[in-house]
Design a protein around this ligand. Structure first.
Ligand code: ADP
Ligand code: ZN
Length: 608
């Protein structure tokens, strides 16, 4: 073989080494074997079929349900000089004919097609007349009727195996659970495929979860570290999405709302601006996400709790696909737990389903309250054993202090009991603090023995205590939907003094500022640094490099990350190449990009 995979990796894509199992997967497919690849988002799945398509004779057919992404993927390939095209409903008849002609003339290395197009007799005919290198089935979990991305056409893809038995197939997905994996193998007849299962860790994502005190203020503090960067802010309701986006705009951010209540045209414009412009913040309900593969999302902030650990992983996973550092930040408080519990309870779902959702919420709360490494806890939830502590989550960077909260827990539980197990935390705290509010007097709660026994703690601390007691299952949110708290089976042991309770110390003061973050980081290894943070000295050059990238992108009508990913631009900033051979050493700069853009960026550096 004259062109080796490694040579293509180095020269075309500009990367030094294959990552994880990439080399093995590429070899397997080049040699004609089938493969099932389970790799997290941002793991590097694309190269696993792109390189074999370039090496094997014929064209690689990539089946993907995400029409919006095909254009970007093809643009990115054209940038590095790979002959690629796509066929889907966004093309008009003439454009489609042109691509078909390219296929007939064997001019393509890669062709992306939507599944419904692939399955047409016309296209299958065309395929039988063409030389095919491989079939790549992207987002393979779409065959699973249990997932929310189910696509009927994916079930029919076995036709590829039947019609083209000698052509290797590679199925790829970022959904790893055992059930989905079994379904993929069965539904796509991949029993003989070699399986490649990667770790689902996303090392460049920094997880932090904080108690909600003043959500807006906290969000602003968080965003201050991400000025001019693209990110997603998730909220539970449409109303909150609108209000938050408005409010952020008033603070000088380019913030756009996105939810299912907006008309299709507005949604499309906002999505497009998010992809094409830099520094756009999308404020969204979970309606936003599927099919958004913007690689340079630098943060994902949750102003409300996700529904489960799975949702948390998936939503935060939209950050940092390009491998450069990204922040996942969540602020939550007791009232969120209450409203989510009520939402579950008040839905029309059958009891069985409600129970399951409640369990999922409990698991999420456990994750939020953990004092252990977040990554460890998260991966453990997915059945993966993560050996170390990560050094890149709030609990690792800033280990939470704990205290013996047994007495405080007893006071809180006893207050719930004495007041009749029907009041919410606000009233209970008033009683504990000995506040004679109208309600307290009305119910005679100032006559109770628990009245005023909690003056040793602040109101904020009590909120934290109640939240943790709910998360620990020592209190439950009432089922009638008024947010009242009541005791559970397990509360008794605490009240009787048979069980000690360790609580996490609430941090009253917000802990994120640039300074403390820099100090935080002093102790962690280089590779773990959240290094998108640019020093003040480098800032002007960084902005100049970004501006140069944007100018080129605009000229060509592509998103900036198609020119260079953030990770590549950051390396240019750090190494400040002055010659083309120095530029060639930057990861992500292959032959073609060097030729096309090398000089422009060297000039930006030289002018500084
Ligand atoms: P996935 O499809 O698994 O989400 P991609 O294929 O889009 O991931 O790759 C994610 C990022 O990692 C891209 O920016 C890609 O260029 C980069 N990448 C992939 N493989 C390598 C590698 N071997 N070395 C350096 N960067 C890589
Ligand atoms: Zn950690």
């Amino acid at each position: 073989m004259s062109v080796t995979p490694k040579k293509i990796l180095n020269e075309v894509f500009g990367y030094v080494e294959f990552r994880g199992a990439q080399a093995e997967i590429v070899d397997r497919v080049i040699n004609g074997g089938d493969a099932l690849v389970l790799m997290p988002t941002g793991g590097g799945k694309s190269l696993c079929y792109q390189i074999p398509s370039m090496i094997r004779d014929g064209v690689g057919i990539v089946i993907s349900p995400l029409i919006a992404l095909m254009q970007d993927q093809v643009d990115a390939l054209l940038q590095v000089g790979v002959k690629a095209a796509f066929l889907n409903s966004s093309l008009d008849v003439n454009e489609a004919r042109k691509v078909e002609q390219q296929l007939r003339n064997a001019e393509l290395d890669l062709l992306y097609v939507a599944p419904e197009r692939l399955l047409t007799p016309r296209f299958l005919d065309l395929l039988s007349q063409s030389k095919i290198a491989l079939f790549a089935i992207d987002e393979a979990h779409c065959v699973s009727q249990w997932g929310h991305d189910f696509r009927l056409e994916y079930r029919e893809l076995t036709i590829l195996h039947e019609r083209f038995p000698d052509i290797p197939r590679i199925a790829l997905t970022a959904t790893a659970d055992a059930l989905t994996r079994r379904e993929i193998i069965e539904r796509l007849s991949l029993a003989d495929a070699k399986q490649f299962v990667s770790s689902f860790d996303r090392p460049n994502i920094r997880y932090s979860i904080t108690q909600k005190t003043d959500a807006k203020k906290q969000l602003l503090e968080f965003l201050a570290d991400h000025r001019a960067e693209a990110g997603i802010v998730y909220c539970l309701s449409r109303k909150k999405v609108e209000a938050t986006a408005d409010w952020l705009c008033g603070r000088g951010y380019t913030a756009l709302p996105y939810h299912a209540g907006l008309d299709a045209a507005t949604r499309a414009t906002h999505q497009k601006r998010f992809l094409r412009e830099e520094g756009v913040v999308i404020v969204a309900t979970i309606a936003f996400g599927m099919g958004i593969d913007k690689p340079d999302v630098r943060f994902v902030a949750h102003l409300d709790l996700p529904k489960s650990v799975e949702s948390y992983y998936q939503e935060t996973g939209r950050g940092g696909r390009d491998g450069a550092p990204a922040d996942a930040w969540l602020a939550y408080g007791l009232s969120d737990v209450v409203s989510l519990s009520q939402m579950i309870e008040n839905s029309d779902a059958p009891q069985e389903r409600k129970r399951l959702e409640k369990q999922k919420l409990d698991a999420l709360l456990g994750f939020c309250e953990t004092i252990q490494c977040r990554r460890h806890t998260l991966l453990h939830y997915f059945g993966e054993h993560y050996k170390n502590i990560c050094g890149n989550c709030d609990n690792c960077l800033n280990p939470p202090k704990t205290w013996d909260g047994t007495v405080a827990a007893q006071k809180a539980l006893s207050c719930v009991f004495r007041t009749g197990q029907r009041f919410g935390a606000v009233h209970l705290i008033d009683v504990l603090l000995g506040k004679k509010t109208e309600r307290v007097s009305q119910f005679g709660h100032d006559q109770l023995t628990v009245f005023g026994v909690g003056k040793d703690q602040s109101e904020g601390q009590w909120r934290g205590i109640f939240r943790q007691l709910v998360a620990m299952g020592l209190l439950q949110v009432d089922m009638e939907g008024f947010g009242g708290l009541s005791l559970t089976e397990t509360s008794r042991a605490v009240l009787k003094g048979e069980r000690n309770i360790t609580l996490r110390q609430e941090q009253d003061a917000p802990k994120r500022s640039r300074q403390t973050r820099a100090v935080d980081r002093a102790g962690i290894s280089d590779t773990k640094k959240n290094s998108v943070e640019i020093s003040e000295i480098d800032e002007p050059l960084w902005q100049a490099l970004r501006a140069a990238r944007m100018a080129i992108a605009k000229e060509q009508g592509v998103p900036p990350y198609v020119i260079f990913h953030d990770a590549t631009l950051l390396e240019i900033l750090r190494s400040k190449p002055q010659t083309t051979s120095e530029m060639a050493n930057v990861s992500g700069v292959g032959t073609m990009k060097l030729e096309r853009y090398g000089r422009a960026f060297i000039k930006v550096i030289a002018d500084f």
